[in-house]
Design a protein around this ligand. Sequence first.
Ligand code: ZN
Length: 288
Amino acid sequence: MLGVLFVAAMTAVSAQPGKKVFISVDMEGISGIAGDDQLSAAGAEYNRSRRLMADDANAAIRGARAGGATEIVVNDSHGSMRNLRLEDLEPGATLISHSFKRHGMMEGLDETFDAVIFIGYHAKAGTPSGLFAHTGSGVVADVRVNGRSVGEGGLNTLMAHWYGVPVVLVTGDDVAVAQVAEGTPGMRTVVTKRAINQRAAALRPLDVTRAEIEAAAREAVARAARGTPSRTAPYRVEVQLRSSLIPEVAEILPGMQRPAADTIAFSADTMPQAYALVRFLYRYVNPD
Ligand SMILES: [Zn+2]
């Protein structure tokens, strides 16, 4: 009887339908990608890599569905944010494409979702061994929220937790996934490649990484449970830049402080507000 109950409980965990899953897809950590010319539309290998990006996203979509997702929103989270082609995606997923997006890599997320998945992520700025390591863009040296250094994965996790939605899976190079999952118990990881340094990687076989992504997404979504929102306002944010010119310009805005020549700091009442401002500072403040 106990055995029967146990089996019934396990079945319920793996087949509970009706879940809503948000998948944020970056490009640097996608299976098979290791070169700059794969990352933007001007690059010779770009069309090849956007297909690779869709294939990793599709593995996550199939896995999420098998884990009980009935509604899946995919947010194109890289560069121009129009890398993924809808026709390359598994049918039935909604694609958030192009920018301007106030909430960038997390655009479209709200408290109605049950799980978040990060696909193709990379290490934060300043990580010596992470492939394509950066935060937001090349102008950022570091981002700190309430004193803690975060990369894109860390910042996006704070956004998910603001809405009470768990981040259940991250994929990318070995350095990136360890960094993003650190401090978030229960976040699964799939290593798509081993970072040799910021430019070279040992690419794992595509069939292997896709199978692992699909299996991990299935298990993670099956077990995902929406939590209570984690809101530790005010959020004190410091954005340290590689040049002091951006802080020189940004300091003009009300509410901005400049604790160091290369750093802009501010406080925000909500994480979405903090997120939008970080994005604004590195992307839309141009001293030229
Ligand atoms: Zn990217």
